[in-house]
Design a protein around this ligand. Sequence first.
Ligand SMILES: Nc1ncnc2c1ncn2[C@@H]1O[C@H](COP(=O)(O)OP(=O)(O)O)[C@@H](O)[C@H]1O
Ligand SMILES: [Mg+2]
Length: 319
Amino acid sequence: MLVIQAEGVTKIFDNGKKAVDGLNLRVEQGTVFGFLGPNGAGKTTTVKLLNGILKPDSGSILIHGYDPVAFPSQIHAISGVLTEHAAMYDDLSAKDNLVFYGQLYGASKKEAVKRAEELLELLDLAPAKKQLLGTFSTGMRQRLSLARALINRPSILFLDEPTSGLDPESAKGVNELIQQLAKDSGTTIFLCTHQLRYAQEICTEYGLIDDGQLLATGSLDDLRALVFNGAKLELKSSLPPDWIPCKVLGPNRYQVDVLDEYEIPTIVSKLVTKGADIFEVSSRQLSLEEIYFALVTQKKVTGKVSEVEAGRSKQYVAK
Ligand SMILES: Nc1ncnc2c1ncn2[C@@H]1O[C@H](COP(=O)(O)OP(=O)(O)O)[C@@H](O)[C@H]1O
Ligand SMILES: [Mg+2]
């Protein structure tokens, strides 16, 4: 089932800034959708548009079939939102904060307490449940914000930079929880981040955005197919593979793009024949980060933005 449908969505702020420019998105239920781009790319604005907090200047949005501007209470009931600065009360305990927000969603006191206890357990905050939020570390606060976003068992969860400011350990915990939610309860997750490396670990689909424009959408394989499907072969060798294009990474270190892994043994045996000592051979596919930068460069050079949908790529000219 399609949970998020956005077509031609554009948002221009009063100062003339076009923060989102002709955005097309289709996200299926249960997807962990990574919406990725650097600061200022338009991610937070998109989350606000998808939640009905902002109204698009043109284009249409449907969340579970509802227009979020026309049906804010329906959207509120089915979605959870974690923003960078979630409002909670510093002078209330962790548990009391959750109970308060649970009741705001219409739960009885008893139900809200039960749900709060469950979430505190899930997010490893049970030992600190009586502690005032004001005394929480950044990591604990972020986990409590996530608990708050989950209080109404949302079927769609918007996470805006959920691991910003977290130490690697806490970030890992939050990542695991996000994956678990999508896997166990089919929750759709719309995850915004500028940390591409972290996104690659947990997302199943991606939308890459730059300066308000979508560069591409699809799975990692779809995105790779737009840029380079082969592998980067890295060699530590006393001689360079100088009969093919190769990049020098450092002393005795070389990188070659290979289209097929069967090229690797051929390259290695030719080097050996030439008398090279080979110390290390490794190969890897393009990372999300490399794909992102290749697509940004491609857009700058050709003015074209690539879009992949259902494995098929199409191209259109950026406005
Ligand atoms: N209320 C606003 N008024 C004017 N410009 C804004 C407003 N909110 C965001 N912007 C601008 O819109 C662009 C996109 O911002 P944002 O959606 O916050 O990006 P991201 O979340 O990807 O960092 C930025 O250039 C930002 O400065
Ligand atoms: Mg943002």
